[in-house]
Ligand binder design. Structure first.
Ligand SMILES: C[S@@+](CC[C@H](N)C(=O)[O-])C[C@H]1O[C@@H](n2cnc3c(N)ncnc32)[C@H](O)[C@@H]1O
Length: 284
């Protein structure tokens, strides 16, 4: 009886949490993210946007996200709500600068801790492949904070690739971060087989499908950081669910492996989590 009461209270709190519009800040742009299962009250959104512009002098432009992240390029639809009608800005993270265009590329400050966590795991002279690099956040932060030999940085979105190239120059990591435009699987098959000490797979939707390419790209041994979305039921640990998914997939390959780290990166919906698993793999 008591358990039921607690569950109802938690569900109510979760509904409240997901029902409020959230505001995310990217450089001098504010993004209002409404809950997508509720109707949008546009007058409320406009007054919220005007309040942001008036109270936060560093914010010059406010956009409303009108869709969740979608498509293979992981972008959203937006409408302009207040301030300058400009969707490009400079986003700062861990002392690095990133040119972004919120309408054409994936960008979120919610991966900030993860960018640094992975950067600090990198050992001197490692060759890294970032299979889903976006505008280069993981790659450039790794190049700045650690001493990798090379960071091969792949993205399929031409807008992300163009901005990644500009960000490599902006942060002076030319010759260390190498940009590629294309499908990560194709690039690995064509030029990066057996070349990496560490592979990053920050795209949960296709990470398991592309795991064979990550394994193909690893030298005799190396780390894979794989990001998964997991739906965990009541009383289930999202990390355990993610481990089971990954182990089932890893068992298809002729390798030995050890999951050496794991964490919940962020919640992405009610009972839906993004989880990262750090796997050490060894080819036979
Ligand atoms: C979640 S975003 C990456 C976020 C980025 N790593 C960061 O930290 O900001 C995923 C990226 O993968 C790219 N992508 C999608 N499918 C791809 C594929 N098959 N090969 C390479 N890149 C792909 C998308 O264009 C998108 O920029």
């Amino acid at each position: 009886m008591l358990t039921n009461t607690i569950d109802t209270a938690i569900m109510k709190e979760l509904r409240m949490k997901w029902a409020k519009p959230k505001i995310e800040y990217i450089g001098d742009i504010a993004i209002i993210k409404p809950p997508f299962f509720n109707k949008i009250n546009i007058d409320h959104i406009k007054s919220l946007a005007n309040e942001v512009i008036e109270k936060q002098k560093s914010i010059k432009s406010v956009w409303l996200a009108t869709s969740p992240v979608k498509g293979k390029e992981k972008t959203r639809d937006f409408i302009h709500i207040a301030g300058e009608k400009r969707s490009h800005t400079i986003y700062k993270e861990h002392g690095c600068l990133f040119k972004v265009d919120i309408r054409n590329v994936f960008i979120t400050p919610r991966l900030s801790f993860e960018h640094l966590r992975v950067a600090y795991m990198v050992r001197e002279n490692e060759t890294i492949i970032n299979m889903f690099a976006g505008v280069g956040l993981f790659s450039i932060i790794i190049a700045k904070k650690s001493k990798p030999f090379l960071v091969h940085s792949i993205d399929i979105n031409p807008h992300a690739y163009k901005l990644m190239k500009e960000n490599i120059a902006l942060n002076k990591v030319e010759g260390i971060v190498i940009p590629y435009l294309g499908d990560a699987g194709d690039v690995i098959k064509e030029i990066l087989q057996n070349s990496a000490d560490r592979v990053l797979m920050p795209l949960p939707e296709i990470a398991l499908e592309y795991l064979s390419y990550a394994i193909l790209s690893i030298r005799k041994k190396g780390f894979i950081h794989i990001y998964l979305h997991v739906n965990s039921k009541k009383y289930q640990d999202p990390i355990e669910v993610a481990r089971e998914l990954l182990v089932n997939k890893l068992n298809e390959f002729k390798i030995s492996y050890e999951i050496r780290g794991s964490r919940i990166v962020r919640s992405v919906g009610p009972r839906l989590y993004q989880v990262v698993l750090d796997v050490f793999t060894k080819k036979h």
